[in-house]
Design a protein around this ligand. Structure first.
Ligand SMILES: [Zn+2]
Length: 257
């Protein structure tokens, strides 16, 4: 595939051209929604009337902190949406009155727009988790990185009915300075994590619970998954962990922007 690039200058030129197309497409989506030119692609101050703060450029530093303060945690849910597991995760969150951040794969969002809208309607936030979930994208061309981020942004925004992702989380944490700044210029704060629940490996519900309980002192942003296989252990672990976190005195917030 040309976008995977790297085969001499011709491949890079093709990839670059496609990357520019992706940038232009993403910008025009923003323009159509907000009714003003150029606001999605640069740091220039836009005319105030339509300048929703969430579309303004944000910091390009990787966020870990919570906007809920020193005793808040951020629940983050990656790789969906998934028609089996996302509704179950949403139900546990709802039962516990917890808001979370969902890092979505663009084509999955496009395939399940009703789930994206449920996530938004419940008050959760969206995060761009790229098109292909390529954990080696930090080794790829800038054009490829741009395509992965901006195409997913477009797909997620379209699926949500116009609600934009507020964060960008690189697959496997494969950030680059380029991708961080690109995402930030589109209003998506790069998002890291402090606690990996390791739920992806399906070690058993008790092990997921124990990992989070042990490591919750490491920082506020906790990583879970609602896709990529059977996530029943994740659902069960959240059912235990959310009340436990409250008992420990934690509240729940969103990652800082
Ligand atoms: Zn992921």
């Amino acid at each position: 595939m040309a976008l995977r690039g790297g085969r001499g200058w011709y491949g890079r030129m093709v990839a670059a051209a496609l990357g520019v197309t992706a940038v232009a497409a993403a910008t025009s989506v923003w323009t159509a929604q907000a009714g003003q030119p150029g606001g999605g692609s640069g740091g220039t101050a836009a005319p105030a009337r339509h300048a929703a703060p969430r579309t303004a450029a944000v910091s390009a530093e990787i966020a870990h902190a919570s906007d809920g303060g020193a005793h808040a945690v951020n629940i983050t849910i990656d790789d969906g949406p998934d028609p089996v597991w996302t509704p179950q995760v949403l139900q546990v969150l709802r039962e516990n009155g917890v808001k979370a951040t969902f890092c979505m794969i663009g084509p999955e969002a496009q395939a399940h727009p009703e789930l994206v809208r449920q996530v938004v309607a419940a008050g959760h936030r969206l995060c761009d988790h790229t098109v292909s979930h390529d954990t080696t994208m930090d080794k790829k061309s800038e054009a490829y990185q741009a395509q992965q981020i901006l195409e997913a942004e477009r797909q997620i925004t379209q699926a949500s009915g116009g609600v934009r992702p507020l964060y960008y989380r690189a697959p496997g944490g494969a950030f680059t300075p380029y991708s961080r700044h690109l995402a930030a210029s589109h209003g998506m704060r790069p998002l890291g994590w402090n606690v990996d629940s390791k739920d992806f490996e399906r070690p058993g519900t008790a092990a997921i619970v124990a990992t989070v309980q042990r490591e919750s002192v490491n920082g506020p942003t906790i990583l879970f998954h609602d896709a990529g296989g059977d996530r029943s252990q994740t659902v069960a672990a959240l059912r235990t962990l959310l009340p436990w976190l409250k008992q420990q005195g934690y509240s729940f917030g969103f990652p800082v922007r």
